[in-house]
Design a protein around this ligand. Structure first.
Ligand SMILES: Cc1cc2nc3c(=O)[nH]c(=O)nc-3n(C[C@H](O)[C@H](O)[C@H](O)COP(=O)(O)OP(=O)(O)OC[C@H]3O[C@@H](n4cnc5c(N)ncnc54)[C@H](O)[C@@H]3O)c2cc1C
Length: 466
């Protein structure tokens, strides 16, 4: 419910802040959006979008290299890296300017500057020209995002050690790169630079890459990327980086098989991100925090009833689409509605080759919750469209409640898995059953047919497999 015109100040214009600003303006709020860097935040400028320009180039490059399979003789598949980086920037700029136009059209007052709290309702913005501006708010949304975690490893400050932002602004393709951290971002950069010709080593502290993903999905992807020539050390740590001599650093890895020295041109630190909540005066307001993240209730409200928070700075999922949904719900509540944030069906996408899309519970998680489950798994190799596209790696797996067939989760490894997971996300959100998927006609030939086949398999009646 709109309680009349409210002054809403939003700090941070990433996918949480700018989406929250548009939604609040739709609801009639008088919105001021403060951003110290660039509209679009990490996502548009140094995250989701720039990386996907590079994964798309990696995919196109390897498709061209394998064009002979279709009888296509393609010559000269060299990468013009500086042209690619220009395209990456052009795509980001285009999206940023699109968002700026949307904000303008909605009447959002945008201020470029760094915000700090003066008190519970007053915010000071340090503008680019070093002057300050004071804002008074009825309601506030903190959407300040996250920053990369630094590792306390000797030598980590050496030249040539980069984070994800550094990996998105290289001027040439490195000959070799060691990636610390085998999570989604580390694996995506491994795929990108390996496709461009870089020799890649991944070092992951835990026993599987992509910790948190279904074990079968993670181990299948591991097999696939190891076959492509990427070296992976799991249950291993980088203990030291010795600065470069003749362009190469020595990285000391404490691996399960003993100490290993790797000589590489670049080290990419990709061990996760932490909430960006420092230097804003949050402590003096008495906002409840937990190890740097802002604590909110299921309405995205902090312990101060007029202050809400959304996105990476509340530390739930660290995904752009979750940040946006949280922000929509937070501002709806700020405007007087009564909405609860529901995390039952959060799709997670990993843009490697093959891709991963997952949602809800995997088999192990469901069993750990004491649920009786049945699963259906269908291999991509048995799908006509996958054969036509020569994209036969992977599978669709559906986890459903044993008696009712209610879908609890799904994991897809395969080409376009990040798009395919949408159907199963909607299924879980709506409480659908395997029978609902079975009753839905899936177009032929498409990569979506394996989704229906996995549902059929869960019910013991697959058509295109035994
Ligand atoms: C390399 C990489 C790839 C990624 N790929 C994906 C992906 O494919 N899919 C996905 O869902 N997620 C991806 N992510 C994660 C995604 O980018 C984040 O989850 C998302 O950007 C979080 O949105 P946010 O609005 O919470 O924060 P952010 O996007 O970080 O935005 C916060 C904004 O607040 C501003 N700010 C901070 N403090 C202040 C202040 N005091 N005053 C004013 N402004 C301030 C910052 O400058 C920033 O612009 C990726 C991240 C990285 C690093």
């Amino acid at each position: 419910m709109n309680e009349g015109s409210k002054n809403l100040v939003i700090i941070g214009a990433g996918p949480a802040g700018y989406v929250g600003a548009i939604r609040a303006a739709q609801l009639g709020a008088n919105v001021t959006l403060v951003e110290k860097e660039e509209v679009g935040g990490t996502c548009l400028n140094v995250g989701c979008i720039p990386t996907k320009v590079l994964t798309s180039a990696a995919y196109t490059l390897s498709s061209l290299k394998h064009a002979g399979r279709w009888g296509l003789n393609v010559h000269g598949t060299d990468l013009d890296f500086s042209q690619l980086m220009k395209r990456k920037q052009m795509v980001a700029n285009r999206l940023v300017s699109g968002v700026k136009s949307l904000l303008k059209a909605r009447g959002v007052n945008f201020i470029k500057g760094a915000a700090t709290f003066l008190d519970e309702k007053k915010i000071e913005v340090r503008l680019e020209d070093k002057t300050t501006k004071k804002l008074e708010a009825d309601k506030i949304l903190i959407a300040t995002g996250s920053v990369p975690i630094q590792l306390p490893i000797p030598g980590i400050e050496s030249e040539g050690v980069i984070d994800s932002t550094g990996a998105l602004s290289l001027t040439s393709v490195p000959k070799s790169m060691l990636i610390i951290g085998g999570g989604a971002i580390g694996c995506e950069f491994a795929y990108i630079y390996h496709s461009f010709g870089t020799k890649i080593i991944i070092v992951e502290m835990l026993s599987q890459i992509l910790p948190g993903e279904d074990e079968e999905v993670a181990s299948s992807l591991r097999n696939s990327i190891e076959r492509s020539g990427i070296k992976i050390f799991t249950s291993s740590k980088v203990s030291q980086v010795v600065p470069a001599k003749e362009g190469k650093m020595t990285v000391i890895i404490s691996a399960s098989e003993g100490e290993i020295n790797a000589e590489v041109e670049k080290v990419l630190v990709s061990v996760g991100r932490k909430a960006n909540t420092k230097d804003m005066g949050l402590e003096k307001l008495g906002i409840k925090m937990n190890r740097g993240t802002i604590v909110v209730d299921d309405h995205l409200r902090t312990n101060l009833p007029h202050i809400f928070s959304a996105g990476d700075c509340i530390g739930n999922w660290l995904l752009a689409h979750v940040a946006s949904m949280e922000a929509e719900i937070a501002v709806e509540n700020a405007m007087g509605e009564d909405k609860r944030m529901d995390y039952t069906a959060v799709p997670c996408s990993i843009y490697t080759h093959p891709e991963i899309g997952s949602v809800g519970l995997n088999e192990k998680q469901a069993k750990e919750k004491g649920l009786e489950v049945k699963t259906g798994k269908f291999p991509m190799v048995a799908c006509g469209r996958a054969q036509a596209e020569n994209e036969v790696e992977g599978f669709v797996k559906i986890v459903a409640e044993k008696n009712s067939g209610k879908i609890l989760g799904a994991q897809i490894l395969g080409h376009r898995a990040t798009d395919l997971i949408a159907e199963l996300t909607l299924a879980i959100q709506m409480g659908a059953k395997t029978q609902d998927i079975i009753d839905t006609i899936h177009a032929h030939p498409t990569l979506s047919e394996p989704v229906r086949e996995a549902a059929l398999k869960a019910e013991g009646r697959p058509i295109h497999m035994m």
